[in-house]
Design a protein around this ligand. Structure first.
Ligand code: ADP
Ligand code: MG
Length: 328
């Protein structure tokens, strides 16, 4: 069983940032409205996620570390959960097989909480504990028992960069959730609950500021929403490019071309546009057979979606005439 978990871990846990992603998504799944992420040494020494979500009772807390024990489609929403599709019920089992885990959790209605400790896939140790409502999970010493894997970890700086990416992606689809990020002993970065526009502004460090223009399109096959940045705001050669498909970050170089085409000549030479585009499609029309951790998907109606996106962008640009900044 543990060997199977370690093998699965090879897919789920490629680096500390993959753990961050899974833990943050679990907190979101648990309905958390406030999430704190702490990391030490690029996540190698410690990754901690504290949420105020629904928490677990003792039985579920132990089960959560068993492979597939929790794999189930709970709500229709789960069908949209493309990114973790192949990994349903595998994340915590995999993570706990290659690290030292301590989890404390309590449901709102319970008097006491439960603490579960697992070291490298050992039998879970369970104790009662008094703890805040929600879940507080600490992952220590990643790959301590798989030295070959540990060697592949990059510098603290590199790993932190990947962690930031994952953090931002989750924060960008959940603007109403409060986030706090604490890297090493730096001052905490706080993101208050807000709307999407403000969340983008906060996360992009005001570099894009209020030069964001909303885009929107509806068709029987797809719903598009989000923001594009005024071309003049995209001074950097490489823009901030984000596609989210049914609430998950996805790469899509093909659709990025659709955005460029939408901008057409408005885009200065050698400049790439910045955009935050949210795509909602029926899950059955998306091919998730592409490896999930690569964050790539293929759409059935790719060409149609391409056209819808580029025309939505042209429409927004037209509506805002020479692109004045928008006042929110
Ligand atoms: P999955 O999310 O695919 O079900 P995971 O291994 O990530 O698999 O988590 C296993 C289970 O543990 C979840 O289904 C959920 O029931 C529970 N769980 C994990 N993290 C949390 C959390 N932060 N709050 C509440 N429940 C959680
Ligand atoms: Mg999960």
């Amino acid at each position: 069983q543990n060997v199977a978990n370690q093998i699965a871990a090879g897919e789920v846990v490629q680096r500390p940032a993959s753990i961050v992603k899974e833990l943050l998504e679990n907190s979101i799944d648990a309905g958390a409205m406030s999430i704190t992420l702490k990391v030490l040494d690029g996540g190698q020494t410690l990754i901690q996620v504290i949420d105020d979500g629904i928490g677990m009772d003792a039985e579920d807390a132990v089960k959560s570390f068993l492979r597939h024990a929790t794999s189930k489609i709970r709500t229709a929403d789960d069908l949209y959960n493309l990114h973790t599709f192949g990994f349903r019920g595998e994340a915590l089992a995999s993570i706990s097989s290659v690290s030292e885990v301590e989890m404390r959790t309590r449901r709102a209605g319970d008097m006491v909480g439960v603490q579960v400790n697992i070291n490298g896939g050992s039998v879970p140790q369970v104790t009662e504990v008094s703890t805040a409502k929600g879940t507080n999970i600490v992952i220590k010493n990643i790959f301590f028992n798989t030295p070959a894997r540990r060697k592949f970890l990059k510098s603290v700086q590199q790993e932190n960069k990947h962690i930031m990416y994952e953090f931002e992606r989750v924060a960008l689809v959940n603007p109403d959730v409060e986030f706090q990020l604490i890297i090493d002993n730096r001052a905490p970065l706080k993101y208050a609950p807000s709307n999407l526009h403000q969340r983008i502004v906060m996360l992009t460090n005001k570099t894009l500021g209020n030069k964001l223009l909303p885009i929107e399109a509806n068709s029987p096959i797809v719903r598009i929403s989000g923001y594009i940045a005024e071309p003049s705001a995209s001074k950097k050669k490489l823009g901030e490019q984000y596609f989210f498909v049914n609430g998950r970050f996805m790469r899509n170089p093909y659709l990025a071309k659709a955005v460029e085409q939408g901008f057409g000549k408005l885009l200065p030479q050698e400049t790439y546009p910045s955009f935050f585009i949210y795509i909602e499609v029926e899950p059955s029309r998306v091919d998730v057979n592409i490896h999930p951790t690569k964050s790539e998907v293929k759409f059935e109606e790719e060409a149609a979606i391409f056209q819808i996106i580029s025309s939505a962008i042209r429409q927004t640009l037209g509506k805002h005439n020479i692109l004045p900044a928008i006042d929110f």
